[in-house]
Design a protein around this ligand. Structure first.
Ligand code: ACO
Length: 326
């Protein structure tokens, strides 16, 4: 442990993403389940999603996204001393898929572990990496969200199978002694286990011999999502003594366009500032925020100095926000 008093903040140095090659459109889904292109797009905003083929795994997608983020950061793989992989779909029950990513990137030092907070996982992982950097346990952290939800979807359940996709995104978070206002400004995390039965997987090593399938009460999730996400945004704004209009970009977990519109309306956020990728990625759980960040950076939307608010909610329920001066 290195208590370097000069470390003020962790700053984002690089971003990267990786998507499976196979695109599945809403029309494709009408061939296998009783649904329609219109129903899916109207209720969710989703037009297509990527689905992992055999050989494409949470760790392989995560490693590709992570390598791109490192390349983009100007660092070497050997500079990385912490890897946190947010995922609910690890390659195996153990070891942590983060260690498989560490190995495939040729990284031999530091530590690596998985973070399981479902769709909020990426925000939870940033908080953990930010804290590790601030106490001097790490200097250059890879924060990855990677998921293969297609493998825990009941493809006969039209209420859930149309909503999810696979993919991975990553950022490099580095210690900075730069006294400017850049970096992670705040993290606020919450969980409330009373609502576990509204969104869960009906299997797992301690209760069943099967991995299980995702089960969801869509209406129940929707109601809590709008309430919790709005509160998380207001909490971050108030904590940082900001006005909602001070936020340059809002990067929400991409679950459903209607949830995002309802939240934006409730907190008075301009639609032009909301990054939306749910149309092409669907809900990729912990990967959705870094995938959306990567798009927004590549498109020249998010730029150095911008105030970027991330927020997410997922199973548990767990939810929270991260505010970053880019
Ligand atoms: N195609 C056609 N019809 C469908 C489909 C489908 N894929 N799925 C359900 N329906 C039918 C239902 O059977 C129902 O029919 P009925 O009226 O004859 O019984 C009808 O459509 C309406 O169903 P509802 O569940 O009431 O539809 P709703 O408007 O609530 O939309 C949805 C469903 C899209 C799942 C919505 O509730 C939702 O988005 N919830 C949030 C869930 C979510 O985003 N979860 C992701 C994980 S959590 C997170 O990331 C925040």
């Amino acid at each position: 442990m290195n208590n370097d008093s000069k470390i003020f903040r962790s700053i984002v140095k690089g971003v990267g993403a990786s998507l499976p090659k196979k695109i599945v459109t809403n029309k494709d889904l009408t061939m296998t389940v009783d649904t329609s292109e219109e129903w899916i797009e109207e209720r969710t905003g989703i037009k297509e999603r990527r689905i992992a083929s055999e050989g494409e795994t949470t760790s392989s997608l995560g490693a590709e996204a992570a390598q791109k983020a490192i390349n983009n950061s100007g660092l070497e793989n050997s500079d990385i001393d912490l890897i946190i992989l947010a995922t609910s779909t690890p390659d195996n029950t153990f070891p942590a898929s983060a260690t498989a990513i560490q190995s495939s990137l040729g990284i031999r030092k530091g530590y690596a572990y998985d973070m399981q907070a479902v769709c909020s996982g990426f925000v939870f992982a940033i908080e953990a990496a930010d804290n590790a950097i601030k106490v001097g346990n790490a200097k250059n952290a890879l924060v990855i969200g990677s998921e293969t939800f297609s493998r825990i979807i009941d493809w006969d359940d039209r209420g859930t199978c149309v909503l999810f996709g696979d993919g991975a995104g990553a950022i490099v978070l580095s210690a900075s002694d730069d006294a400017s206002n850049r970096g992670v400004l705040s993290n606020h995390l919450h969980s409330d286990g009373r609502y576990g039965d509204l969104l869960y997987v009906d299997g797992g090593p301690s209760t069943s011999s099967q991995v299980g399938f995702l089960r969801m009460d869509g209406k129940g999730v929707f109601k809590h999502a709008v309430h919790n996400l709005s509160s998380a945004i207001i909490e971050a704004i108030e904590y940082n003594n900001l006005n909602i209009n001070d936020i340059d970009w809002f990067v929400p977990h991409q679950a459903n366009k209607r949830i995002l519109e309802a939240v934006s309306k409730k907190v008075g956020l301009s639609k032009d500032k909301v990054i939306i990728t749910v149309d092409k990625h669907a809900n990729t759980s912990a990967a959705s925020i870094p995938l959306a960040i990567n798009d927004a950076v590549e498109e020249g939307k998010i730029k150095p100095g911008d105030l970027v608010l991330l927020e997410a909610m997922g199973g548990g329920f767990s939810w929270g926000s991260t505010l970053i001066r880019w």
